[in-house]
Design a protein around this ligand. Structure first.
Ligand SMILES: Nc1ncnc2c1ncn2[C@@H]1O[C@H](COP(=O)(O)OP(=O)(O)OP(=O)(O)O)[C@@H](O)[C@H]1O
Ligand SMILES: [Mg+2]
Length: 363
């Protein structure tokens, strides 16, 4: 999929900007504070109904405006075009539209526009806690496994219902727990999806890593959170952990405790990788995820990169660009550098460049 155009209104410092995007590499350049990240954030808002910068969406609305709005036209692999729109008001209300029709759920919009982001904080994927990694993994599953979203919501609901039941039934025995079967069935299903998806991603990850840094050896593994693909094992774990679950009022085993592990030098990258290595690993897995969706599922994501090439030396920047080009996805990247200083790769002539100045396009 790719974006044909995007328009942002009253979004951060942008009064109104419209971009006609190319299907390949698009570079947004401008000085600090020009509105480059704001443009990526606007695209992300269309795709995910939230910001990657703030949980307080009021912050995205331009000072003294009442409502921020983003519209986009998205083309899919078979040439169909959809018009997506999101508006966020100061009073906290949101409006989501697909082809002019109101839709309720952010997933109704998200399915038309898979975006993969590479932000300056990409390293958090390796160094942060498991939540970030689970979310990263599940985003891909949402796009390729139709039943995933509902299964995942159902699983979370059962976890909450079990927690409430445990609170009210402190003296009960494991055999009386009415939630075990549903929890285990749902849990095993989610774990198997994640596991299979990660297995599929591994060769792409190795390819990307080889392109980015051939010296770096790292592999991916799914940590299942106590039980994986066996319902039998799930029941046993829940039985063994029942007293503790009851005491704390939470379920200690299951895919909600799962993780994506970066195996590195006999340990995990989180514990021993340098910041530079962690950044390469995080970038490689992000590009691998995009490659898997594009090549195995025919769902090319749009890749948003903020501060393209920052902190990379010349060689690494060229390797990164090659890895990126190998995906054949639409890329929208920002930079403060002049494009000619940044890119020597032959694709430079194929890129579309936008210059942004004080929240507006400038020639
Ligand atoms: N709600 C808002 N209303 C008006 N202006 C805002 C709002 N939120 C942020 N800004 C301003 O918008 C400008 C653009 O911010 P943005 O982060 O997009 O800049 P940038 O081009 O990415 O700069 P840098 O190169 O420093 O990352 C900044 O001056 C910022 O202070
Ligand atoms: Mg920025």
């Amino acid at each position: 999929m790719h974006l044909l155009s995007v328009s942002a209104y009253a979004f951060r410092n942008i009064e109104q900007v419209s971009l006609d995007l190319g299907a390949g590499f698009n570079l947004i350049h401008g000085d600090n504070g020009a509105g480059k990240t704001a443009l990526l954030e606007a695209i992300y808002l269309i795709a995910r109904s939230r910001s990657f910068r703030t949980t307080k969406l009021k912050n995205i609305i331009k000072t003294e405006s009442k409502e921020a709005c983003v519209r986009a036209e998205v083309g899919n692999e078979s040439g169909q075009v959809r018009a997506l729109a999101v508006a966020k008001s100061l009073n906290g209300t949101s409006e989501l539209r697909v082809d002019g029709e109101s839709v309720k759920r952010s997933s109704d919009l998200a399915r038309y526009l898979p975006v993969q982001v590479l932000l300056p904080g990409v390293i958090d994927l390796v160094l942060d806690g498991p939540n970030t990694r689970r979310e990263f993994l599940d985003w891909g599953l949402f796009h390729v496994e139709h039943a995933f979203l509902d299964a995942s919501k159902r699983y979370k609901r059962i976890l909450a219902q079990r927690a409430a039941w445990m609170k009210a039934n402190q003296n009960s025995a494991f055999e009386e727990d009415p939630w075990v079967e549903q929890l285990v069935t749902g849990g095993v299903q989610i774990s198997s999806w994640r596991n299979a998806f990660l297995q599929e991603m591994n060769p792409y990850f190795e390819d990307m890593l080889r392109l980015l840094d051939p010296e770096l050896a790292c592999s991916l593994a799914y940590i299942d959170g106590g039980y994986g693909s066996s319902e039998e094992e799930g029941r046993e774990k829940l039985a063994a952990g029942f007293a503790r679950d009851l005491r704390f009022g939470v379920s200690h085993y299951g895919p909600h405790r799962g993780d994506l592990e970066f195996r590195f030098k006999g340990s995990t990258a989180r514990d021993i990788a340098s910041r530079g290595q962690a950044k390469i690993i995080a970038s490689a897995v992000t590009l691998a995820h995009a490659a898997l969706l594009a090549k195995a599922y025919d769902k090319k994501p749009v890749i948003l990169i903020d501060d393209f090439g920052a902190e990379l030396d010349e060689d690494r920047r060229q390797s990164f660009l090659k890895a990126l080009m190998s995906l054949d996805c639409q890329v929208i990247a920002t930079t403060t550098d002049a494009p000619a200083d940044l890119l020597e790769y032959k694709a430079l002539e194929e890129i579309r460049v936008f210059h942004v100045k004080q929240g507006a396009l400038s020639p």
